[in-house]
Ligand binder design. Structure first.
Ligand SMILES: NC(=O)c1ccc[n+]([C@@H]2O[C@H](COP(=O)([O-])OP(=O)(O)OC[C@H]3O[C@@H](n4cnc5c(N)ncnc54)[C@H](OP(=O)(O)O)[C@@H]3O)[C@@H](O)[C@H]2O)c1
Length: 516
């Protein structure tokens, strides 16, 4: 089957092809996906369901295969049963037997551990066989859904077995999940290992936030409209708040989270990526290279506001009430050290040294066991320079705000002052809402659907390159070093909006956190 992606970019360009309706879905050429860590949480809840959903939407090539690699003694059929359960439980689209049957014909399982060279030989033979039997064309994506300390070993095994270096015009890509290191030094070491095996254009680092429609819509909102860009600067914007709040706790995640904390887990990747998209200059085009160049430029201009004892805050959740249930504090969660100093809440203040943003603080915060699950970017505008009303009539008028709601209830809210009906000229805040759910008939695809599809298409726009990862650590490292030598996180009650020090951080500048 010929697909749009079969031909190399340098090939003669058919003018009809260039006039292709860009709304038509792009389908990757023949290929296979190998998932390392198929027994893990991420594979079960996100990756296997996303692959089924792509198949169900007709977005996978007919010649497709999925290979699981894990240490269990499974036959191909056992693996197929595991994928089936994952799909039944977590897929977004309805189950269709004929789609499943066709997809499952391409399932294979390879048993082994990461230090076992023979297992990688078996993997190589399995892929060769699939190329011959299913026409997967020697094109493979290796998805490392495994503990980060195993990344180097698996990359080296892929190198030794020859799987990382495809022949001729075939491709071999590696997909890695955050965390990309735990500080600048380890990130550089990881990048060096990965890049010694895979060239940078074959490395796809997943920050699943970038796969979300609402996040991609930041660029549409800013650059497809005349309305916002003229006010998207320090003449009109007072400050920006970027929030990722979760109501869940960390029960069962001690192995991953203890010693890592909220800043490394969320600020270094998701929140700094949201900041980059909010603050970047207009790219020359949306080609991956141009977009990345603008993200790198703006991240290079970001600096921490100081002094850090006033411009940062961290906390750790204590017992409290959440959704009508009594919940324990972090120190009583299973697996956490009784004297753990891991922060479950982190807030930092950033400045951006550019003409557009000079003087506009960007406040980033994230936490577990907060009042509500919500991710949003709020641009809070300066007050009108003059209010020709009696002061008592504007007591309930706040600052105008444009809020990009990333999740849940994806959409955009504009908050502004409006006259309260009645004989007096009383002005109060109101909200104007755009909601994805009601504006578009089609459900947004899951982030992992979009990202896996882009890996198979070789489309790198939504994946941070190593320069972005390293710049993000450069921004965050001084905070982590400061916290490591200055006390411990402040306790906050579960179900509230974090520690008092985070409120003080904003009050010092006469501002307040939003309570979404
Ligand atoms: N879960 C999420 O929502 C999420 C979100 C963002 C990023 N991530 C990242 O995604 C990756 C996977 O996360 P996860 O939550 O799925 O982890 P997980 O539940 O701990 O699964 C890890 C997987 O790796 C396998 N594994 C570990 N050591 C191995 C070895 N020596 N040889 C062979 N297999 C080995 C495990 O197999 P066994 O079953 O045999 O132990 C398991 O399948 C991690 O890098 C994580 O940081 C996860």
């Amino acid at each position: 089957m010929t697909t749009v992606n079969d031909r190399p970019e340098t090939a003669w360009r058919n003018p009809l092809r260039d006039k292709r309706d860009k709304r038509m879905p792009r389908i990757p050429g023949p290929c296979g996906v190998v998932i390392f860590g198929v027994t893990g949480d991420l594979a079960r809840k996100k990756l296997m369901p996303a692959i089924y959903d792509l198949a169900n939407r007709g977005l996978l090539p007919a010649s497709f295969a999925l290979v699981g690699f894990a240490r269990r003694e499974w036959a191909d059929q056992d693996f197929a049963n595991v994928v089936f359960e994952a799909v039944k439980e977590h897929a977004r689209t309805p189950f269709r037997q004929e789609v499943w049957d066709r997809l499952a014909e391409g399932f294979r399982f390879v048993q082994g551990t990461f230090d076992d060279e023979a297992a990688f030989e078996r993997l190589s033979e399995t892929l060769d066989k699939l190329d011959a039997e299913r026409g997967t064309g020697g094109n493979h994506a290796f998805y490392l859904s495994i503990p980060p300390n195993a990344f180097p070993q698996v990359c080296e095994q892929l190198c030794k077995s020859g799987l990382a270096r495809p022949r001729d015009d075939r491709w071999s890509r590696v997909v890695i999940e955050k965390p990309f290191g735990h500080d600048l030094k380890s990130a550089r070491e990881l990048n060096a290992v990965v890049n010694s095996v895979f060239p940078e254009e074959s490395v796809f680092r997943i920050d699943h936030y970038l796969g979300k429609e609402t996040v991609q819509n930041i660029l549409a909102l800013r650059f497809a409209n005349a309305l916002y860009e003229p006010i998207w600067n320090n003449n009109y914007i007072d400050h920006v708040q970027i929030t990722m709040a979760e109501d869940i706790g960390l029960g069962g995640r001690a192995g991953y989270y203890d010693g890592i904390g909220a800043a490394r887990d969320v600020i270094q990747n998701h929140l700094l990526q949201l900041l980059a998209l909010t603050a970047l200059e207009e790219p020359v085009s949306f080609s991956p290279h141009e977009l990345q160049a603008e993200k790198i430029k703006v991240l290079s201009a970001v600096k921490l506001a100081e002094p850090l004892d006033e411009t940062t805050a961290r906390g750790q959740y204590a017992a409290g009430w959440q959704g009508g249930e009594k919940v324990v504090g972090l120190l009583d969660e299973q697996g956490f050290a009784k004297d753990s100093t891991t922060e479950t809440y982190a807030a930092i203040t950033l400045e951006i040294d550019t003409r557009r943003w000079a003087g506009v603080p960007f406040y980033l915060r994230t936490g577990k066991r907060l009042g509500r699950r919500v991710t949003e970017i709020a641009l809070v505008f300066k007050r009108a320079p003059h209010l020709p009303f009696d002061a008592t009539m504007t007591e309930e008028l706040g600052q105008n705000a444009l809020v990009i709601r990333v999740q849940p209830d994806e959409g955009i809210t504009l908050r502004f002052g409006s006259k309260v009906p009645g004989s007096a000229m009383e002005v109060r805040d109101v909200n104007m809402d755009f909601s994805y759910g009601s504006a578009f008939a089609e459900d947004s695809p899951e982030a992992y659907e979009r990202l896996i599809l882009d890996v198979l298409l070789g489309e790198p726009s939504l994946f941070p390159v190593n320069a972005e990862v390293e710049l993000s650590w450069e921004i965050l490292d001084p905070v982590l070093d400061y916290w490591a030598t200055h006390g411990k996180p402040e306790a906050y009650e579960s179900g509230t909006w974090g520690p008092a020090s985070a409120d003080e951080m904003l009050h010092r500048t006469g501002r307040e956190w939003r309570r979404p």
